[in-house]
Ligand binder design. Structure first.
Ligand SMILES: C[S@@+](CC[C@H](N)C(=O)[O-])C[C@H]1O[C@@H](n2cnc3c(N)ncnc32)[C@H](O)[C@@H]1O
Length: 361
């Protein structure tokens, strides 16, 4: 079965006319941001990340180079060398979503937030015409955000908390998006302007993928595989209704901490998604039924890695592993959950392209 035919809707591809913008993508991950920027007509020259497991997906799906490096060790001279002289320079930096990501657990807070400051310092020294970053909304409540804004002195800045569902992304993810320009006023295009103003549901995104069982994978696409479930979790998912909670289960199935009726426990774990709504935020833990509302709406399993990637609006054939490789769930879920949704990245890219067209024509 061709997975291409399993998608019910198609993304809209913009015109790739003149690639006026060169982009260097710091903290590039598996390439969510890069892929969307390329779709919008931006020439991404290089992606840089400390995590070696990003190399395969990054380079297999995008024609540009991946460099494994700590952003802390990058000099402005080195980063500048990745831009061509004749192009408008965009520096992108989606530093880890600290202190909430799994990456942060063993590091001290200053070091974690320090990566955002390192990005700010590189912006200050390189002085690119355009800048973008994406992060968790909570960053705006931290001093580091204001430090970053200080580094952007002299730029026209737009930032807001963006609700992904408003841009046709089948996921209730909310993220801070920042755009900055030395070339005049800038803003993120609205969904209306880009013709993306339709809510897309889990059903529209993943319902036509082949059915698989927990612990199984689909032979033509090893990424369409779902983690195995214990006997207890199998009984629990069978007792779960789409959109329901563990409170619907028989008490015997509940975790010990959920047996008391104090009502203080988070009910959005061990739960199924609903077909006719966008999914919850795809986190780095989405492969586990117990980690959130990550149960498939009708099959007795957590969503597959491929389903998570599609809900993150990666193309359905985006390569994360070699064809014969066995998927490593926690590694791949981290790459997928950490990504900027490709569709959001495309909106960011198109906003820059339109911004420049306005300046040039
Ligand atoms: C939020 S993710 C970026 C996702 C990426 N922009 C995408 O759209 O797929 C943050 C990335 O920062 C990387 N990272 C963490 N610390 C780093 C460092 N010191 N230098 C370079 N990359 C780092 C992580 O490996 C992770 O891939």
């Amino acid at each position: 079965m061709n997975l291409e035919k399993t998608m019910k809707y198609k993304w809209q591809y913009p015109n790739h006319k003149n690639q006026l913008i060169d982009c260097v993508d710091l903290f590039c991950g598996a390439g969510g941001l890069t892929h969307g920027l390329i779709r919008s007509g931006i020439n991404v020259t290089v992606g840089i990340d400390i995590d070696t497991s990003c190399k395969f997906p990054y380079e297999s799906n995008n024609k540009n180079r991946f460099i494994e490096k700590n952003v802390k060790d990058l000099t402005s001279k080195e980063v500048s060398s990745f831009f061509s002289n004749s192009k408008i320079r965009l520096l992108a930096g989606c530093a880890p979503c600290q202190p909430f990501s799994t990456y942060s657990r063993n590091r001290n807070k200053d070091e974690k937030w320090g990566l955002v400051a390192d990005f700010g310092k590189l912006v200050k020294e390189i002085s690119p015409e355009l800048v973008t970053m994406e992060n968790v909304p909570q960053i705006t409540q931290h001093e580091i955000f204001h430090i970053l804004l200080d580094y952007l002195d002299g730029y026209n800045i737009w930032w807001d908390i963006v609700d992904c569902t408003q841009y046709g992304i089948p996921q209730t993810r909310k993220r801070l998006v920042l755009l900055a320009s030395k070339m005049g006023k800038i803003k993120l295009c609205s969904a209306d302007e880009l013709g993306l103003n339709k809510i897309v549901t889990v059903r529209q995104a993943i319902s036509l993928l082949p059915a698989i069982k927990a612990g199984e994978f689909y032979k033509n696409d090893p990424l369409h595989s779902s983690s195995s479930l214990s006997q207890l979790n199998t009984s629990r998912i069978r007792a779960s209704k789409p959109g329901g909670t563990w409170r619907d289960w028989d008490v015997s199935l509940r975790a010990k901490c959920h047996r008391k009726e104090s009502g203080r426990f988070y009910s959005g774990v061990y739960a199924r998604m609903e077909w006719d709504k966008p999914s919850p935020t795809i986190t780095t833990q989405f492969h586990g039924f117990g980690n959130g509302r990550f149960g498939h709406p009708s099959q007795d399993r957590a969503i597959s890695l491929r389903e998570g990637a599609i809900l993150q609006t990666f193309p359905k054939d985006y390569k994360f592993i070699n064809k014969d490789e066995k998927p490593v769930f926690n590694k791949l879920a981290r790459l997928i959950g950490n990504a900027v949704p490709v569709q959001l990245a495309e909106v960011i890219g198109r906003s820059f392209v339109i911004h420049l067209n306005d300046k040039i024509t």
